[in-house]
Ligand binder design. Sequence first.
Ligand code: TYD
Length: 154
Amino acid sequence: MEKTLIIFKPSAMERGYVGQIITRFQQKGLIISGCKMMQLDEKILREHYAHLVDKPFFPNLMAAMMASPVIVMCLRGKDAINVVRLMTGATNGREALPGTIRGDFSSSNQENIIHASSCPEDAAAEVARFFRPEEIFDWVPQNIRFVYSAFEMD
Ligand code: TYD
């Protein structure tokens, strides 16, 4: 099973949507492998958004990501990276499809509720960036055989 990294951004924290979004992930059958609250700072954001540091919107993005504490979460599941990206929707909430998290909770390109890892390389780096190894739990819920068929289990 794959691991992926979610950040409940200040837009989710301030607007009180964390619970509804966790419910969606659990309904889907994704397993919570790690979860904690933290205040992001410039150092970690420059690493996390290294591909965007030269963009004109980067200072605004950094301020938005530091506007409140965030909740970071590691989710585990079969093809979890792609599954969570599909559930997340397009970057711009105004273009994200209804039914996706951004499509249902965001009307903004920046205040778009959650971050979700985009590929296996990023997911591995992001989980390691936000969690110490002992903060990640490789537990398997008892009901897993009702989430995936025997043929789908790794
Ligand atoms: P990006 O990694 O391109 O998208 P995603 O979050 O969908 O993987 O961008 C990271 C964040 O930067 C994005 O969630 C919100 C912010 N952002 C802006 O504020 N303006 C923009 O034009 C873009 C492309 C991103």
